[in-house]
Design a protein around this ligand. Structure first.
Ligand SMILES: [Zn+2]
Length: 411
């Protein structure tokens, strides 16, 4: 088994800076943090750089090509919040160190005709990429579509989803108002309660799509574990207190809210460190935006993020990035994770808190005990960047090297 020692770099272990520390990788694992490099180890000189755990995007919709793009930006795991990359279908991805690893909810509980059907042109089927090329590597049974037409049906769908390889269970709570499609069919409280209770009875983590304060309140009343969006309206003291008291985590996806408010990803796309890694389809997508909620204000979202952080609510970095299509724009796999961290810092988090939100906090809340930190025995999912992102968050884009399971990604 090959042994590699990364020496001379400052280490951020997912929770805190450790100073200049040697990290040793053997095969796919981290075997030593601190001390001297073992004799015979291949040395990677990390002078002037910072070693981080591989980043985790806690809200994506993805496929093999997108996972490859994410990895180029040091994102070693993507958490899919509706899609086809369930446990039995992703074996080729799990074994391929040229793409990011993935976990998936499979398909979310939503009523017939409910969100996200309003987002797509009639001939577009999310999770089934046109041409079939992008999704390559899928095996096993087709993804299971749960039935959320009644509390009983929702509860009965949960063991089916888990049997089909869902890693956690997602609930859509959306009446379409934020997307400019008011009146969409939406889960009612009783169906949501029954689904969440059934999932938790089976030991599954539950997450909700909720873009409004009302939907957030419904999710919390049902006992949800986490929210994979942040409401777009200005926060109230009541909702911040409710989130805090419930102990739920939030994946704000500030970049998505910005896109819905009409802010494109032009600024990120103009960064040469980003432009050099995007093809023309992703460049065009990043330079676009959703734009369904122009009445919203990004500063309200940033203020909510700060209020939640001050209340010690666990915040996780996520983007809601999807396919390279301008109507899903303002986002790009991997790149947008870095912009999300920049938004969190703009909201008032420290750079270290933003890094935690993309590593250790996410691993802990999603029960991924083998990653998200630099510690002995964990997966060698690592990102080495020039500079010091614990003081300058934009330094996360100064990629020097990426390792996935100890395999260094070819430059
Ligand atoms: Zn999403």
């Amino acid at each position: 088994m090959s042994t590699t020692a990364i020496s001379g770099a400052q280490v951020f272990d997912g929770e805190k800076p450790l100073g200049v520390t040697t990290v040793v990788i053997e095969g796919s694992r981290i075997v030593q943090v601190g001390g001297d490099a073992p004799a015979g180890a291949q040395i990677v000189d990390g002078t002037g750089a910072t070693l981080l755990p591989g980043l985790i995007d806690a809200h994506v919709h993805t496929d093999r090509a997108s996972l490859a793009l994410a990895l180029k930006f040091g994102v070693t795991t993507e958490l899919e919040m509706q899609g086809a990359n369930t446990r039995d279908r992703r074996t080729p991805i799990s074994e391929d160190d040229s793409v990011a690893d993935v976990r998936s909810s499979g398909f979310a509980l939503t009523p017939p005709g409910g969100h996200p059907s309003e987002l797509f042109p009639e001939d577009f089927h999310p999770g089934r990429p046109a041409g079939g090329g992008q999704g390559g590597g899928h095996r096993g049974e087709p993804p299971h579509h749960p039935d959320a037409t009644s509390p009983e049906a929702a509860a009965a769908s949960i063991p089916q989803l888990l049997a089909h390889g869902s890693d956690y269970i997602k609930f859509m709570i959306d009446d379409g108002s934020v997307e400019g499609h008011p009146g969409l069919p939406m889960l009612d409280q009783a169906t949501l309660n029954a689904g969440v209770a059934a999932a938790q009875k089976h030991g599954a983590l539950t997450v909700a799509h909720a873009l409004t304060i009302d939907a957030t309140r419904m999710a919390i009343e049902a006992g949800i574990d986490g929210l994979v969006h942040l409401f777009v309206e200005p926060a109230t003291d009541d909702i911040i207190a409710m989130v805090k008291d419930a102990g739920v985590f939030i994946v704000p996806c500030t970049v998505l809210n910005a896109s819905m408010m009409g802010i494109t990803g032009d600024q990120l796309a103009d960064d040469p460190r980003v432009a050099s890694r995007l093809d023309s389809d992703w460049d065009a997508t990043l330079r676009s935006c959703f734009g369904h909620y122009p009445q919203g204000k990004l500063q309200d979202v940033l203020d909510s993020v700060k209020a939640l952080a001050d209340a010690r609510v666990d915040l996780l970095v996520g983007t809601d990035v999807s396919q390279p299509m301008p109507f899903l724009g303002g986002l790009a796999h991997g790149a947008s994770v870095h912009q999300e961290m920049q938004h969190l810092v703009a909201a008032g988090l420290t750079p270290a808190a933003a890094l935690r939100a993309a590593t250790a906090t996410t691993a802990r809340r999603f029960r991924l005990s083998d990653r998200g930190r630099i510690a002995e025995g964990l997966r060698a999912d690592l990102l080495l960047v020039d500079g010091d992102p614990t003081t300058t968050i934009t330094d996360t884009l100064n990629t020097r090297a990426v390792w996935r399971r100890g395999a260094r990604l070819a430059a």
